[in-house]
Design a protein around this ligand. Structure first.
Ligand code: SF4
Ligand code: SF4
Length: 69
């Protein structure tokens, strides 16, 4: 599996999850579009359907989500 940095580097703007993710799932409940996926850790954002609303970024207690662009 590609490492998480490779994934983050492909995101041009919006939000991405870093390796600081603890897999707690709080962000999933907040995501209005179902873009957040915690089937693996760190969780990841489906950039195709992410609305770039920032709700996950605001709610993550572990500062695991970064804003890009
Ligand atoms: S809220 Fe933060 S730590 Fe929890 S699953 Fe989401 S990104 Fe990971
Ligand atoms: S930015 Fe908004 S739409 Fe995108 S993953 Fe986070 S909560 Fe979901």
């Amino acid at each position: 599996m590609e490492n998480n940095n490779g994934y983050i580097n492909r995101v041009k703007s919006g939000y991405a999850v870093t390796s600081a993710c603890k897999g707690c799932g709080t962000c999933v409940d907040m995501c209005p579009t179902g873009a957040m996926n915690i089937s693996r850790k760190p969780s990841y954002i489906d950039q195709e359907i992410c609305a770039k609303c920032g709700a996950c970024y605001e709610v993550c207690d572990h500062d695991a989500i970064v804003k890009i662009g």
